[in-house]
Design a protein around this ligand. Sequence first.
Ligand code: GDP
Ligand code: MG
Length: 299
Amino acid sequence: MNDTTFRSGYVAVIGRPNVGKSTLINRILGQKLCITSRRPQTTRHRVLGIKTTETAQLIYVDTPGLHSDGKRAMNRYMNRAAAASIDDVDVVIFMVDSLSWTDEDEAVLNRLQRSAVAPVVLVLNKVDKINDKAALLPQIEQLSQRFDFADVVPVSARKGMNIESLESTLEHYLPQGELIYDPEHLTDRSSRFLAAELIREKLFRHLGQELPYSLTVEVEQFKDVDGLLDISAVIYVERSGQKSIVIGKKGELLKQVGKDAREEMETLFGNKVFLQLWVKVREGWSDNERMLRNLGYND
Ligand code: GDP
Ligand code: MG
């Protein structure tokens, strides 16, 4: 046995929407790479978060939740992205909300039962909401009877509780191996992509129930002008009525979205940002395979 052996590999984070998968990856990386919100469809793309330490490189795969309705092109895209990451990883995190269990959790568990090849670590998230930790035991007991988990780790992704212990558990399941990515890299995604995602997150947070699913964001310009990032982006909606909702009364909503997004970009990129946003109508973009590809839904 040699404890100084370097390990590297992929960790898929799966679970129904809203359990905290993206929050966990951001917490582990100490950076906001993955956008989060209470709404389903916040995570539409597969995003890698790369964490390199002295002893290992762990590559986390943030996944969209699996969507049972495969009729719309957008849902099919998200399902492809989610499914591709479950196969072919070294360890899987099955994340659940320690306070609730739904049919969607059931569906993810069924999928694991059918096809898990790698070891699966059960992560019970949001334990900050539970006073008596013993209350977790019945859920752990019940789930363990249904699946042979490699480990069970309770955490709070939002508050950062027990995260280091989860990280060392995961490292243990990685194979010995060299660096896969440059240790300087935090993600496989471009700054342009991350900028578009931040804008979409702010829109998801500021808009009502239905609208977020009808919109997408494309960054048209991303220029570094002597350390100032000059960024302009287009928000696509499906109908003209939606355009006025996104702009808001006297442009207030769009202004707030732009301000929030710009501030987070400045933190993420470590530069001053000049951000311009435009809103355009592109009918039916979310149910049209070709338009989806043109808008970046193409992996
Ligand atoms: P995802 O859909 O699984 O990626 O979930 P997100 O990471 O987008 O998180 C969904 C919501 O749960 C957000 O509002 C998060 O702030 C919240 N959340 C995530 N982790 C925790 C946690 O540990 N405790 C609490 N109380 N809320 C959390
Ligand atoms: Mg997510």
